[in-house]
Ligand binder design. Structure first.
Ligand SMILES: [Cu+2]
Length: 71
């Protein structure tokens, strides 16, 4: 089990949180997604270390922008 936190731009409300949580949650290997709206971060828990590109694509699919790793 590992976690990684990413900075995500563009999230403004609970709908955004739901959209990002749903899309990132579909990425193979992801076991949990925790969005911090005010902090503009998404923490992804997974069995193996995640491929950042896969997370980035899921965030973009939801309509937001992954701007990098956070913390
Ligand atoms: Cu929103």
């Amino acid at each position: 089990m590992t976690t990684a936190t990413y900075a995500v731009a563009g999230m403004t409300c609970g709908h955004c949180v739901s959209a990002v949580t749903a899309e990132v949650g579909k990425v193979p290997g992801v076991t949990a997604v925790d969005v911090d709206l005010s902090g503009e971060t998404v923490t992804v828990s997974s069995e193996q270390a995640m491929d950042e590109q896969a997370v980035r694509e899921a965030v973009e699919e939801a309509g937001y922008t992954l701007t990098g790793r956070s913390g």
